[in-house]
Design a protein. Structure first.
Length: 374
């Protein structure tokens, strides 16, 4: 370690996870989703590792994230799908970024930006099939798909894809979304569109719902080695968690029975106790909601977090174990090695593993292992 807090990302694990998931899904195309700074792992190195594992598309939420990848020299096909109403699409079109569009207004904005550049913009139309978020509402599918076909015939845009997203609420809900998506694809065909990409499945459906796979799957949480399911672990799915969050013990102190710990004294030592100070806090993305519920590993042993997690630090009770200043502390990593997992922290905080890894802040340096690290 080069500092007292660090997130170590195993890029070889990401490449292996992508290769494993590609083989399971069996689709013609595979998108690795690297939005939100690669779910906290680092967008650029994760993108390279995912491509090394066989992904042939990258996905991000917004244009700024897409341009970061392009500016790093990544030339792989790339989709950005969530846009400010007043966004300027020019830079994205110039950088050969596919644009997800969710309305007739966005289609016209993209076409106008393409005209200004003297280029043809590549778009992918998002259909709303049940999440009630972004995407073209079913009542507008005919009009928007007709407009997309008109713009394509005019040489202003190329409709490369049509996509949507599942709710994962229940098998019946997902089946209804698939039925709706199929209706949308039929309308697109009737309008004269023949997109090369159709995609609906994210990690959960890519793993368990073959009917949702179409020509491409979008792999998010799973490429980072984390499970999208409550009833299956990473190991159950053949995945290896890529991130290990670790630090060093900053101080060790012995306190008498009754001593209070951290703000509000939500925990008092029941007996004379040895405490270790860990220099991570909610400013680094460690959830305050896990106060008094999470565990960390120091050496071969797990120890409970006691008292409130503060902005920069928290305390663990280490019993009578031999703990010294400078000892390595693992907050989470690959549970097959005996350390807590991101899922353990998610359960302690009442949230999901996506939240745990994505929230790790910029104050925590990332370091990289694996063949794609260079």
């Amino acid at each position: 370690m080069t500092g007292y807090r660090e997130a170590v990302v195993d890029l070889g694990a990401i490449s292996a996870n992508v290769a494993h998931l590609r083989a399971l899904a069996g689709t013609a195309h595979t998108m690795a989703v690297v939005k939100a700074n690669g779910y906290g792992h680092g967008a650029v190195p994760v993108a390279r590792a995912a491509l090394a594992g066989g992904a042939d598309w990258l996905g991000v939420a917004d244009i700024e994230e897409a341009l970061e990848l392009r500016n790093a020299g990544i030339i792989a096909p790339l989709l950005a799908w969530l846009h400010d109403p007043h966004v300027d699409f020019t830079a994205a079109i110039a950088a050969d970024i596919d644009l997800g569009v969710s309305s007739a207004r966005q289609l016209r904005q993209v076409a106008d930006a393409a005209d200004a550049l003297g280029r043809v913009a590549s778009v992918q139309v998002k259909l709303e099939t049940g999440l009630s978020r972004n995407g073209v509402h079913e009542s507008e599918w005919g009009d928007v798909l007709g407009l997309a076909a008109d713009l394509e015939r005019a040489g202003r845009v190329r409709v490369r894809g049509i996509f949507s997203h599942l709710s994962n609420a229940s098998p019946d809900d997902d089946a209804e979304s698939i039925t709706r998506f199929d209706r949308g694809l039929a309308l697109a065909s009737a309008a004269g569109l023949a997109p090369e990409l159709t995609h609906l499945a994210a990690s959960a459906a890519a793993l368990r719902l073959p009917a949702a796979r179409y020509s491409m799957v979008r792999l998010g949480i799973s490429i980072y080695g984390l499970s999208p399911f409550d009833d299956a672990s990473s190991a159950d799915l053949g995945l290896v968690p890529a991130m290990t969050l670790r630090g060093r013990v900053a101080a060790v102190r012995h306190v008498p029975a009754g001593a209070g710990v951290s703000y509000d004294y939500t925990w008092r030592a029941p007996v004379d106790s040895c405490l270790a100070l860990v220099p991570f806090g909610y400013a680094d993305g460690v959830p305050r909601q896990a106060s008094g519920r999470a565990q960390v590993s120091i050496g071969p042993h797990r120890h409970p977090v006691v008292g409130r997690i503060a902005m920069d630090q928290f305390v663990v009770s280490v019993g009578d174990g031999p703990v010294s200043v400078g000892d390595e502390v693992v907050l989470f990593g690959d549970p097959t090695t005996g350390v807590p997992s991101a899922d353990d922290w998610a359960q302690a905080a009442g949230t999901i593993n996506y939240d745990i890894v994505t929230r790790i802040g910029r104050r925590v340096p990332r370091s990289y292992l694996g063949p794609a690290a260079g």
